[in-house]
Design a protein around this ligand. Structure first.
Ligand code: ADP
Length: 774
């Protein structure tokens, strides 16, 4: 019931890799607990100060005895201090303190300096009476003096050097024999010895071993209260834990790899083929210094999950490193070990986590690395990914080289545009385009639905999702290149059904109310309404739902709400001045409505929808071409003049105004849209187009054709106008998608306009030619 009051003056430490804190406190006085007021969350008690009180209370009792005791104590203390090296400032100061401090304070101070066990220290703290305290401390002093004498004898020949340290905190190994009950300190000491042993037996590189041994030498001499103690110890523990030489054995068999890849993923043939080639080369030639694979494609197309499958086929550990938003190079390469809280980078951390030196590291979202004042993380990644350099990758925290050459790196990105060129140069880009509707249906039924059922504890006997419903979800509730939103929607359906099933089970427990009225063979259209009710009407508990619960369009609407996307295309093309373009974004292809209107004015062109410079130039090009060809196509402004901008202002708008757009591929769409505006004719509602234009009316090729075509297919369009030189890109498109669409390959704008309008867009070239002859 006795304690010591103290003031915490400093707290240092960190939570990494495990919580380790050091408190620096100033002791104030002893106290006694009178009454415990509260125990939780921390104890609160009423206390009474004890220190020095007894001097006054029973001071008269044996002043002399105390005087004698304190005199004796003082002598021993002086003897002890004088055995130490007086040239050390701390010792000299201690010597002065012995004379200056009041004698009553000395037992406490000396006990903290000499070598004692924690228990002995506690006993001294518990000794409230000064006399008792003196009596208890004297034997400790004597013991220390004897220890030092012994030490000096053994070390007489080679003196001084370690004396200072030895003196203040006598060297453990030497005093070990003389002091036996020193348990706690021994324990720490044991830890350090264990650590040293681990370091010596670990398989770290020679260079690392040298550094570690040096550090452990420092650690042994360091007082534990020093913040650096924890730092050094953490460092050494990490060094021991790192898998310097530990690896999993590759079990690679191409046939098995093909099966794993096929089982885990539907479609993505090109990607799987390339991955298999890569693995085959690895099998033939061990230790491949090959390129780093980089999967580029919209979100949710399975890039990460292919990475995981690769690890599975190789029998390797898998670790994902998310690089999105990383803007500090020390995230990759670690902080220097100069301040509290410094850490190794993600690469070394990842290796520690997986515990082997040949995992598969998936560098996710390399296109989203950012630069900042803290350096460029992409530059740090260069070293990691370069097979010529990465066998001696040096993390700032480790400060010794670690061999990364066995690690298999795979990167993923949404676009190559924002990957720094030097980094891109080291990677082999494999495009992973979005899926077609048919592929999505297959993926849903083969992979996503079974996975969701398992996640929600459902069985196919309880829920049935027909393919038409899946198609409904894909077309009406999602508009994406990948399958992530689809997966989420399926999850929502499973949750709703899980509620019903759980309720049903609850009711089956009360059989008197259970009454199954609906026939087994009731088909969709008959039971639709009843089922829709059973899904939604939670108040009605009279009937357990019929199993399996069939998810039809009604149920879909109840669970997911009204459809989010409609086939809006035809609706928006019911007036002149609208055309559908195809755009490529990092999230896949998209269709884009371009709108134009004209009004009285002074020939100004207004562009809205956050357009980039290239797009603005396309708009100017389109207008110039139309103006120069106005007569040929009989295009007039509102007052019938062939000078299209005469007294006319034009406004072009690209919807989804919040998204910045740029690129040359909208050229043909702008021309078509303006041609429609000035001719007053409607563009066919099922045509979409893409292509760059020139001033002479040529159509130049553009990128992202596959994604764009898929987007048009998703939106239910039928005819697509593409630059002729993009014909080769059509080969990549699945046959069934190609079947659904008509492709018009245009070399010039004449062909584009002809294909975009019903009945063509005839030029009056011959007539004009004839006229001019007259
Ligand atoms: P990404 O990394 O491309 O953004 P993910 O790999 O996270 O996408 O994939 C999202 C989800 O879609 C995962 O659950 C994955 O299993 C599933 N998925 C994507 N493509 C396929 C496919 N072809 N076959 C089976 N599942 C797929």
């Amino acid at each position: 019931r006795i304690g010591t009051a103290a003031l915490a003056v400093q707290v240092v430490g960190s939570n990494w890799p495990k919580p380790h804190y050091t408190l620096l406190v100033t002791g104030l006085c002893r106290f006694q607990i009178l009454q415990l007021l509260k125990e939780k969350p921390y104890p609160i008690a009423e206390v009474q100060q004890l220190d020095r009180l007894e001097q006054f209370t029973n001071g008269h009792k044996s002043e002399e005895e105390l005087g004698e005791l304190s005199e004796q104590f003082y002598k021993y203390a002086v003897q002890l201090v004088e055995m130490l090296d007086m040239s050390v400032p701390a010792v000299a100061k201690l010597r002065r303190l012995l004379d200056n401090l009041p004698r009553e304070a000395l037992p406490d101070i000396l006990t903290s300096i000499i070598r004692t066990t924690n228990q002995e220290k506690l006993q001294i703290l518990d000794a409230v009476r000064l006399e008792e305290r003196f009596k208890m401390t004297i034997p400790l002093l004597v013991r220390q003096i004897e220890g030092l004498k012994l030490l000096q004898k053994t070390r007489k020949s080679k003196q001084d050097d370690d004396k200072r340290v030895v003196a203040i905190r006598p060297n453990r190994r030497i005093t070990h024999g003389s002091i036996t009950e020193d348990e706690e300190e021994e324990e720490d000491h044991d830890d350090v010895v264990m650590l040293e042993k681990k370091i010596r037996t670990s398989s770290m590189s020679e260079q690392a071993l040298k550094v570690c041994l040096k550090e452990i030498k420092r650690l042994k001499k360091m007082p534990q209260s020093m913040p650096e103690y924890a730092l050094t110890r953490n460092y050494l523990e990490l060094m021991v834990e790192l898998p310097w030489n530990k690896s999993t054995k590759d079990r690679l068999e191409i046939r098995a790899a093909r099966i794993v890849l096929d089982n885990d993923h539907y479609a993505m043939e090109k990607l799987k083929k390339r991955v298999l080639e890569y693995l085959a080369v690895r099998q033939l030639k061990n230790n491949l210094k090959g390129p780093i694979l980089c999967f580029v494609g919209p979100p949710g197309v399975g890039k990460t999950s292919v990475g995981r499958s690769i690890a599975k086929t190789l029998g390797r550990e898998f670790h994902r490193i998310a690089l999105g938003g990383v803007c500090d190079q020390s995230d990759i390469r670690g902080h220097r070990r100069t301040y509290v809280g410094s850490m190794p980078g993600r690469i070394i951390n990842g290796l520690k986590t997986v515990g082997v030196n040949n995992p598969v590291f998936l560098l996710d979202e390399v296109d989203k690395l950012a630069k900042s004042l803290q350096g460029d993380p992409a530059a740090a990644l260069l070293e990691v990914l370069d097979p010529e350099q990465n066998h001696s990758f040096t993390d700032h925290y480790l400060n010794v080289a670690f061999d990364l050459s066995q690690v298999l790196f795979i990167a993923t990105a949404n676009t190559t545009a924002t990957i720094p060129p030097a980094l891109l140069d080291r990677m082999e880009v494999i495009q992973v385009p979005g899926y077609t509707q048919e592929e999505k249906i297959e993926i849903a039924h083969r992979h996503l639905i079974p996975k969701q059922l398992e996640l929600h504890g459902l069985t196919p006997q309880q829920i049935q999702i027909p393919q038409v419903t899946t198609l409904g979800i894909i077309t009406r509730y999602t508009r994406e290149a990948g399958v992530r939103a689809l997966d989420r929607k399926l999850g929502a359906i499973c949750r709703a059904v899980a509620v019903k099933v759980a309720e049903g089970q609850h009711k089956e427990a009360k059989p008197d109310r259970a009454e199954v009225g609906e026939g087994e063979d009731c088909k969709e259209h008959i039971t639709e309404d009843a089922k829709a009710e059973s899904i939604t009407d939670t108040a009605d508990l009279s009937l357990p739902p019929e199993m399996p619960i069939l998810i039809d369009f009604h149920a879909l609407k109840d669970i997911l709400g009204p459809p989010m996307y409609d086939m809006e295309v035809s609706e928006r093309l019911n007036q002149p001045g609208v055309a559908i373009g195809l755009a490529w974004t990092p999230l896949g292809g998209e269709i884009m409505f371009v709108e134009a209107s004209r009004m009285d004015g002074e020939g100004q062109l207004t562009l809205t929808g956050q357009l980039g410079d290239v797009m603005k130039e396309s708009a100017h090009l389109a207008i110039s071409w139309l103006r120069s060809n106005a007569k040929r196509y009989q295009l007039t402004n509102a007052s019938g003049s062939f000078d299209l901008l005469d007294n006319t202002d034009i406004h072009l708008h690209f919807p989804a105004g919040a998204v910045t757009k740029d690129g040359p591929s909208a050229g043909v769409t702008i021309v078509t849209c303006l041609a429609s505006l000035f001719s007053g004719r409607l563009v066919c509602s099922d045509v979409a187009m893409t292509g760059e234009i020139t001033l002479r009316g040529l159509v130049l090729p553009v990128g992202g054709i596959k994604d764009k075509v898929l987007a048009a297919h998703r939106a239910g369009l039928k005819r697509i106008i593409l630059p002729q030189r993009n014909e080769k890109d059509l080969e990549e498109i699945a046959a069934h998608v190609r079947q659904d669409l008509t492709f018009v390959l245009a070399a010039g704008l004449d062909e584009v306009l002809n294909a975009a309008f019903d009945g063509g867009f005839a030029a009056k070239a011959s007539l004009e030619h004839f006229n001019s002859k007259l």
